[in-house]
Design a protein around this ligand. Structure first.
Ligand code: ZN
Length: 888
């Protein structure tokens, strides 16, 4: 495969449009024959000919019914292109026959087989694995799809839109014809054929139309479908009430499949989902899983407007649909329950993974300027930072202004393929707001840092803010411009009360405000009466995706942690205290000293634990110590194992100093959770946000409690395991997680029992494999290696690979083992998996992102593995792009 770089600056409009595409799929035993009839409309002079993309076996090609000889076109299999040199320059019909072999396709892109059924995945460039087509998102058209197959093997035949005809054929075969009245790009095409069970429901839209809801799964999985259907109905309702957006077809189908590269896919009218985001019941799914199902169902549904009705002009604009749709699913989840906790979870995800990406060789802007393999750009930056960018419009404009912008966006662009600039223009024009400078968020990579200082003098508080951007592989810091962003602030006095203030330019007295940053350095003045000590609360609600530096004293942080009324800022004060404590531990360990005590932090945590009024879910968040990946920040010469040890030392300190308080909280939360269930004939522990919060608190406390006395703990847990496991999966998982690093053989016995019990539940077996892989026990690599041979493990299944190998690659002490065994293990599997699934292999390769910032010995070990991968002659362009960027 040749390594060609595609650039945003090279974009040119399509030379030919395809307003209609008719597809015929003849599904045979081993092969599927595809006949594509494309209605081609030349746009400009046909000098360069018509260029199609295709990576399928070409059988024949005809123009206006006339079969073309081979010398009428140039087929370039290395570049997956087909050029018809002398194509007519008036509208014509192009008929292309191809042959594909779905059961041999383990890339899970294009048409593939899983469990005897056929599925498609076309975003971003999978359609070309099925037939030849311009296959670019700005070429949109109406699709009609006929599917023919054996009626016994493939009773269900689905595609986008409405079923307009069906019936039987000779030889036990049958057919169905689907028509999608909405124009769409090829990446939203979908087909499913197989033996699947239907669970149906319906939804009445705000205008009174009835929409059929159809979920297709394996027959044995139907009891696990109802939660996802409820989530869909909630999403449909929410999009009507909050965004005024109604569904536009008479049927909405969701198909669940166990072999899937990502979470889910928003194909028009026919979403295809990873089973992980559809199937959930309390026996097999944790509270976090239920929340994941609800969020992903919502995300794909919301794409119907933000992605499908208005789509992307080119793949550089991916965040146009993904950033906006993540913002919408985040808002949906926040409106459903626990807004503050959801917000903190989102920030934590962003800071752990997106900040790391932005500080790595893979750093790229929200709108990348170039790519080799588009599949590598479904990133935390495009999705999560993209959502923060959308959130900033919302913060500047407020809900009403933002909705005005959305309305104008749809008025202007419904049915079109557009750019991030078009979205920005709609937000600006609908509100008369200047978002010119805001465009930099789409072109400048790297996480900005805000250095803030403050001083109080004569009743005036001066806040000075300097912003800077780091170097990234695409652009030096010196070439970057100051960005426009909202900085939400308030002030607290020494007792923790909010202070009223006035800004000189306006008369109003306020308790909080949102400043607009737009220069490299700015000062803001606040008139504050009767205050002698002021603690600013900055970046409230995480108003911009930045690093913030302010020289707080530990006492000021403790004050904010105790009193700030913005939950994010409050949580953040605690996180800063944790980070400082871990940094102190690291220094001590490095110098061969014992880690110091952190009395102020322990005192602050004790107060939190003793606060019986606090929301349980929020309390659980406050107790979470930052993950290692969050601690690396932009440092160099990292020793990951030392960072992990420093973090462990803090966890030990908390466990010992607060054992009584932690135990009391865990038991109180358990009691509160049990209270309304006792005495009922069957004690049912279902998912609901309140109980989920109480369980989150229990399992924030128990792993700490279990550190206190590992030997006594395992005996006790061993005895109570069945009782907890009977309640639901959150408890079962919580118990297993909390003893998963225990060295006792009883831990292995519990895990073995868990695996035996759920042998027939693929999604629970994923949990089993991830427990094996995230344990901090000394024998983890050996156990992971043994698990590769477990009958339920399969290297071809992406969920299994992520559960075992992906989890291992995030297990800091083991992946970064000083002897290089962790690197070698992951590298070996990247090579193996790349032979059939480059997308999943490239995902694993990102584990080596830290290369340049790691200490020299480990760096050399990592580099040796990466060099060996890069030397492979048949490496996919997916893995090559990642590995070469890391090595560059
Ligand atoms: Zn999406």
């Amino acid at each position: 495969m040749t390594q060609t770089v595609k650039y945003l600056k090279d974009y040119t409009a399509p030379t030919h449009l395809v307003p209609k595409t008719d597809l015929l799929f003849e599904i045979e035993d081993t092969h599927t024959y595809v006949t594509a009839t494309l209605h081609i409309e030349p746009q400009t002079s046909t000098q360069g000919g018509l260029k199609l993309h295709g990576d399928a076996e070409l059988i024949s090609l005809a123009i206006n019914g006339e079969k073309q000889p081979e010398n009428a076109y140039e087929l370039d299999t290395a570049n997956e292109t087909l050029i018809i040199k002398n194509a007519p320059n008036i509208p014509f019909i192009l008929t292309i026959e191809t042959r594909v072999e779905p059961s041999k396709n383990k890339s899970f892109n294009g048409l593939y087989e899983s469990g005897g059924n056929l599925y498609t995945q076309c975003e971003p460039e999978g359609f070309r694995k099925i037939t030849f087509h311009p296959d670019r998102p700005d070429v949109m058209g109406e699709f009609t799809t006929e599917i023919r197959a054996n009626a016994d093997k493939f009773p269900i035949l689905l595609s986008n839109g409405n079923k307009i005809r069906s019936g039987s054929l000779n030889d036990g075969r049958h057919f169905a014809v689907w028509h999608d009245p909405h124009v769409k790009p090829t990446y939203l095409f979908a087909l499913v054929a197989g033996d699947l069970a239907l669970t149906s429901d319906f939804f009445i839209t705000q205008s009174g139309r009835r929409v059929e809801i159809e979920f297709y799964t394996r027959a044995e999985d139907t009891p696990q479908v109802p939660f996802a259907i409820e989530a869909l109905k909630n999403s449909m309702k929410w999009d009507e009430t909050r965004f005024g957006l109604e569904y536009d077809l008479d049927i909405y189908m969701v198909v669940a499949v166990g072999d899937f590269n990502m979470g889910a896919m928003e194909n028009k009218g026919l979403n295809i989902f990873n089973t992980k985001y559809v199937l959930a019941d309390s026996r097999t799914a944790t509270d976090a899983d239920f929340e994941g199902v609800e969020a992903v169902i919502a995300h794909e549904y919301f794409h119907n407007w933000t992605g499908n009705r208005v789509t992307c002009r080119d793949w550089f604009q991916l965040s146009l649909k993904e950033g906006l749709t993540v913002f919408r699913d985040q808002e949906f989840s926040g409106d459903r329950a626990s807004r503050a906790v959801r917000r903190i979870e989102n920030v934590k995800l962003l800071r752990t993974h997106q900040f790391a990406e932005d500080a790595s060789p893979m750093a790229h802007p929200v709108r990348p300027a170039s790519y080799v393999e588009m599949n590598n750009f479904y990133t935390m930056t495009v999705y999560e930072k993209g959502a923060e960018v959308v959130r900033m419009y919302h913060t500047f404009l407020g809900e009403e202004g933002f909705q005005k912008g959305m309305k104008l966006y749809f008025e202007r662009h419904d049915g079109q393929a557009v750019t991030c600039d078009d979205f920005r223009a709609a937000m600006a024009d609908a509100n008369g707001f200047d978002f010119e400078q805001f465009a930099l968020w789409y072109s400048q990579a790297g996480t900005p840092t805000l250095r803030v200082s403050g001083s109080l003098k004569d009743g005036k508080y001066i806040l000075n803010v300097k912003q800077s951007l780091p170097d990234t592989p695409d652009m030096p810091s010196s070439a970057k411009q100051p960005m426009m962003m909202p900085l939400s602030i308030a002030f607290f006095d020494e007792k923790g009360a909010k202070i009223a203030f006035r800004q000189p330019e306006n008369d109003e007295t306020r308790q909080e405000t949102v400043l607009t940053l737009n220069q490299a350095e700015q000062s803001f003045e606040f008139l504050i009466e009767n205050a002698n000590a002021v603690t600013p609360s900055l970046l409230r609600g995480f108003s911009a995706p930045v690093h913030l530096e302010f020289d707080y004293t530990n006492e000021q942080l403790a004050l904010l942690l105790a009193h700030d009324d913005d939950e994010f800022a409050r949580w953040e004060a605690g996180q800063t205290l944790f980070r400082r404590a871990i940094a102190e531990n690291e220094t001590a360990l490095q110098n061969g000293n014992n880690p110091p005590e952190h009395t102020l932090l322990i005192h602050a945590l004790r107060n939190i634990l003793n606060d019986n009024e606090m929301d349980a879910a929020f309390k659980a968040m406050l107790l979470q110590v930052p993950a290692e990946a969050e601690l690396w920040g932009e440092r160099d010469n990292i020793n990951p194992v030392l960072v992990a040890m420093a973090r462990e030392a803090l966890l030990d300190e908390i466990a010992h100093a607060l054992h009584g308080e932690l135990l009391a909280n865990a038991l109180n939360a358990r009691e509160a959770e049990n209270a309304d269930k006792r005495g009922k004939e069957i004690e049912i522990y279902e998912y609901n946000p309140q109980d989920a919060g109480l369980r989150a608190l229990q399992y924030a406390c128990f792993p700490l409690i279990h550190r206190f006395d590992e030997v006594a703990t395992i005996e006790q847990v061993f005895e109570h395991y069945d009782e907890m496991a009977r309640k639901n999966m959150t408890h079962e998982w919580g118990v297993l997680s909390s003893i998963n690093s225990n060295p006792s053989a009883k831990r292995d016995e519990l895990l073995a029992r868990f695996a035996a019990k759920f042998d027939d539940q693929a999604l629970v077996m994923d949990k089993y494999f991830s427990l094996i892989a995230c344990s901090r026990r000394a024998d983890t690599l050996a156990q992971v290696q043994a698990a590769l041979n477990h009958p339920r493990f399969a290297l071809t299944n992406p969920n299994k690979v992520r559960a075992l190998i992906g989890t291992f690659a995030r297990n800091v002490p083991h992946f970064h083992a000083a002897d290089g065994s962790g690197y070698a293990f992951v590298a070996e599997h990247i090579k193996k998996i790349d032979e059939f699934n480059p997308q999943v292999a490239a995902g694993l390769a990102r584990a080596f992102n830290l290369l340049k910032r790691i200490e020299p010995q480990r760096q050399a070990l990592m580099r040796a593995e990466l060099d060996a991968i890069a030397a492979l002659p048949n490496l996919s362009k997916d893995v090559r792009e990642i590995v070469e960027k890391i090595l560059a």
